[in-house]
Design a protein around this ligand. Structure first.
Ligand code: G1P
Length: 297
């Protein structure tokens, strides 16, 4: 059993790597960052930022690359648009637009070359400094009663160790993820003893996959700096986590909630539908439309 609460350094900053090319979503990602794809009318990246804020994070650090400026523009003030909406007395639209630019303290660093997720996190080293921090990947959309990152932070606050988010994946899909092995120490909580990035088919130690939520101690930066390229010739975060697991220890928590993979076309469409169905303004109309489509199919 983990203790109720341990004295730990608070996690105030979240790193959101958004430098990926989004090749799984071509052609639209030729001109639009995949993080800007909408869940109805809200970009995926905003949903991730809101998860951070709902979990207690105060500052967002984007790791960007060429072509990702729309993400930073999105969270910036849009003075001309605001002036226009004010002139036209479109008050509710004005409030929505202002809300986005006031949502959080946001900064960004560049990842000059696509050298892997571990390298992207390392690029945020100076911006994070010497304190624990969170990492969230925009491909994993998690919808549930409690924000996914909050579930990790609860384990961090009780264990004082780094924590990764876990999800059981269907047999046969293990080669697409970082896979862990660990001992169950509390409800849904594991003390990890092995991590392997995208194991070859049949070689996975379990079906528990690392999904895009991490709470990490600052020591991970030193480890990343000396982690050699791994799978795919890239500097893998999973490899650095494996080292961390052997030195400081690492926990895993099986996330409660529904997971969508925004990098997968079918799963993305389901995420859009799920968000639409839960909306007070359009939920009923979408439900009726889907039922009609299915009955005529
Ligand atoms: C990354 C990580 C992998 C993790 C996955 C979760 O892989 O390297 O360990 O399981 O995210 O979405 P990617 O999907 O970027 O290839």
């Amino acid at each position: 059993m983990l203790p109720a609460m341990t004295k730990v350094r608070p996690v105030r900053k979240a790193v959101l790597p958004v430098a990926g090319l989004g090749t799984r979503f071509l052609p639209v990602t030729k001109a639009i960052p995949k993080e800007m794809l909408p869940l109805v009318d809200v970009p995926v990246v905003q949903v991730i930022v809101e998860e951070c804020l709902a979990s207690g994070i105060e500052e967002i650090i984007f790791v960007t690359s060429r072509g990702k400026e729309p993400i930073l523009d999105y969270f910036d003030r849009a003075a001309d648009l605001e002036a226009l909406l004010e002139r036209k007395q479109k008050w509710s639209e004005l409030e929505i637009v202002r809300h986005v630019s006031e949502i959080a303290r946001i900064s960004s660093v560049r990842q000059p070359e696509a050298k892997g997720l571990g390298h992207a996190v390392l690029c945020a080293r100076a911006a994070v400094g010497d304190e624990p921090f969170a990492v969230l990947l925009g491909d994993d959309i998690l919808e549930g009663r409690r924000p996914a990152l909050r579930q990790l932070l609860d384990v961090y606050e009780r264990s004082a160790e780094g924590v990764v988010g876990l999800y059981q994946v269907p047999a046969g899909q293990e080669h697409m993820y970082g896979i862990v092995k660990g001992d169950l120490v509390d409800e849904r909580v594991y003390k990890l003893n092995q991590l392997v990035e995208k194991p070859d088919p049949g070689k996975a130690p379990s079906r528990l996959a690392v999904i895009g939520r991490y709470v990490l101690p600052p020591e991970i930066f030193g480890i990343l700096a000396s982690t050699p390229p791994g799978r795919g010739g890239e500097i893998q975060l999973t490899d650095a986590l494996s080292t961390l697991c052997g030195t400081q220890g690492l926990m895993g928590v099986e996330i409660e909630g529904q997971r969508f993979d925004a990098g997968d076309r079918a799963s993305y469409v389901l995420a859009v539908l799920s968000f639409a169905l839960r909306r007070a303004d359009i939920g009923a109309a979408v439900r009726a439309g889907i039922e009609k489509m299915l009955s005529e199919a």
